[in-house]
Design a binder for this molecule. Structure first.
Ligand code: SF4
Length: 356
């Protein structure tokens, strides 16, 4: 797949767009004024692998908390602001790395210029965009509802407001609660502007179905080369958003966070507890960041063939199974020793540390 070449935009220590990795974002759900709680949640997000974090900034106390939050975290911080130019300027002056604000709803041209001037002076980009639930009445009337065209056009109009005051350090996002609409609107956006695009299916739900909706929406666009950052929006703690985003990026072949465990669904031929063994293998290699495929297959009838593309693997059997390691002849191993022998192969290959 050819990735769309977006204009590179700096966000703190990271660059979005160009050939930069597709970064993972999340958003705190603490009260931003509570610095200790917000920092604690951001550190938890960082530990999970979050690379950019956004906080709501809805009053002066939130804007004033930014300096202390920034000083205690290690990833770029984005301030999410609605309607208020003064808060946007305060957030920038307090050291935020990016603003998420729509110039179309902060009022007069003079206010937009004020925000753009402050952002430019501090090298801070601005993310603009729309959610299906926040389209203006005028747009809804013009397009007969929150259509993909209305979403794309609305986002482009927000971009145009910033460009009209000479500001082009822009990231754009269009999010809908509908997967199909998110995909269609982002396709239109990608074809009509050159700025980095932040992807997400908004309000996608709780961890299970929300992750699937996000995977379909975000994954479809990523596979078309569209998208420079992603957020999986899930109800509850933001921390599970991060592994969900990692898994989407890895499944799309765009980033590697851990070895890929290939395990069969099992059937009547299965001779081992595939689920438990695959879980144990995943646990043992969870800190490995090398791109590896490790297969755990239930039988030696189809297992070896299905595991051929893997770097390491095992295939079960009623009494004996096989252990595979790329470049070596497969070995026949007693069923009860399969996992142990696979782990030994991983240790000998330097994938994991030998057990003491
Ligand atoms: Fe069934 Fe063997 Fe295929 Fe697993 S690998 S699904 S046990 S045939």
């Amino acid at each position: 797949m050819a990735r769309r070449k977006a204009k590179p935009v700096r966000v703190g220590s990271l660059t979005l767009g160009g050939q930069a990795p597709i970064y993972i974002q999340s958003m705190t759900n603490t009260d931003t004024r509570d610095v200790a709680a917000t920092v604690a949640q951001i550190l938890e997000l960082e530990a999970a692998g979050c690379e950019i974090v956004r906080c709501s900034v809805y009053d002066e106390a939130c804007a004033n908390a930014i300096g202390a939050i920034k000083a205690a975290i290690h990833i770029p911080l984005v301030a999410d602001i609605h309607f208020n130019a003064a808060l946007a300027v305060a957030a920038v002056e307090n050291g935020v790395d990016k603003l998420r604000i729509n110039p179309g709803n902060i009022g007069s041209r003079a206010r937009v210029e004020r925000v753009a001037h402050a952002a430019r002076a501090h090298g801070v980009p601005i993310r603009v965009g729309v959610n299906s639930g926040s389209l203006s009445r005028e747009m809804l009337e013009r397009y007969g509802g929150p259509t993909a065209e209305a979403l794309a056009q609305s986002a482009l109009e927000e971009v145009a407001v910033l460009e009209s005051v000479g500001f082009e350090d822009i990231v754009v996002a269009i999010k809908s609660t509908g997967v199909q609409q998110t995909v269609e609107a982002n396709r239109k956006l990608a074809a009509s502007c050159g700025y980095p695009i932040h992807l997400g299916v908004t309000e996608s739900g709780t961890v299970g179905y929300g992750s699937i909706k996000s995977a379909v929406g975000i994954g479809t666009l990523l596979m078309e080369g569209i998208g420079d950052t992603v957020r999986v929006s899930l109800s509850g703690s933001p921390v599970p958003e991060v592994p969900a985003a990692q898994q989407i990026l890895q499944a799309c072949g765009l980033r590697v966070f851990c070895p890929e465990i290939i395990s069969c669904p099992t059937c009547g031929r299965c001779g081992i507890d595939v689920e438990a063994m695959a879980g144990e293998v995943a646990r043992r290699v969870r800190h490995v960041t090398r791109p590896l495929k490790i297969a755990v297959m239930g039988c030696v009838v189809n297992g070896p063939g299905e595991a051929r593309e893997a770097d390491f693997g095992l295939a079960g059997g009623k009494e004996y199974g096989m252990v595979f390691s790329r470049g070596k002849t497969p070995r026949k191993v007693a069923r009860d020793r399969l996992l142990e022998e696979l782990v030994r192969e991983l240790e000998e290959a330097g994938v994991i540390e030998p057990r003491s």
